[in-house]
Design a binder for this molecule. Sequence first.
Ligand code: UD1
Length: 344
Amino acid sequence: MKRRILVTGGTGYIGSHTVVELQNEGYEVVIVDNLSNSQANVVDHIEQITGIRPCFEEVDCCDYNKLEAVFQKYPHIEGVIHFAASKAVGESVEKPLLYYKNNLVSLINILELMPKYKVKGIIFSSSCTVYGQPDILPVTEKAPIKVAESPYGNTKQVNEEIVQDFVKSGAPVSAILLRYFNPIGAHPTALIGELPNGVPQNLIPFLTQTAIGIREKLSVFGNDYDTPDGSCIRDYIYVVDLAKAHVIAMNRILADKQKEKVEVFNLGTGRGLSVLELINAFETSTGVKLNYQIVGRRAGDIVKVWANPTHANEELGWRADTPIEEVLRSAWKWQEHLRETGVM
Ligand code: UD1
């Protein structure tokens, strides 16, 4: 019998790529998603890629009773990967209670249900945002957690603590906290990818929408930072590489290979790229010219952050090594696919 995994937020950007990799590895997946920031037809696209249709339940994880009904309908769930969360930094500043409610209550509900249904472990989607602007680069898991810049960032910190405290209390649950750097790109089939609602806030969707003519110009937020070319530096990681790390982490939990009941891993490439370097890499790898202009800094931006991924490389035997050119071509192919299929 296939081992059953619950993926919350499984029709979302990182979630959908992870469902594909879990199915490729032989897991049976149950997706729970309230479709607040994704489309139901993502399930069809996952089926097109893998030949397997994941189970799908349109449920909000904040609804305890409906979530419990999922555990009853699908017995013997062995692990949970919890992606479902609100993630727009700016919106979280305007609507902090919405963010605290969505992101905290959903996690608490899942944790409460896990022992009741004998679920062994949880993988939680965290973020490098917990490090703020690190004092030492590249940043390791031992770097101090900084005061959060936004309610969104704070929900990641608090949720990490909730998981830690729950496990510490003796709950029969183990956990892996994965701190993502900047996930980008799309599945090589271009059947799934990032599809933000409205005007994109993140760099890559804005960039590809500009390249295809939906937006007039990409604004580069600042070129007077303390970096070699003055623009901000991030660690851009291919979403498929990131998805594969979740499968490895789930294998590790289910095979009792963890060294501690809560483990933390940075998931990044170990390489920092500036906004201007990224634009240049996009132009050279796709042959598409990008209309952009330098504008003022964006409030709250971290100047530079990139991962030391040694812990994940060594402990998980995982590496994010897809070349950036290939990653950017996948993002472009996805944008072209959206055009061809009339989505945007
Ligand atoms: C932000 C959050 C991060 C969150 C992620 C997902 C902060 C500090 N970090 O990451 O916690 O997990 O979003 O939503 O808020 N840029 C431009 N022009 C644009 C858009 C972006 O120049 O139109 C630049 C930004 O200044 C930044 C880089 O591109 O230097 C990446 O920005 P973005 O994709 O928004 O990600 P982060 O800010 O790193």
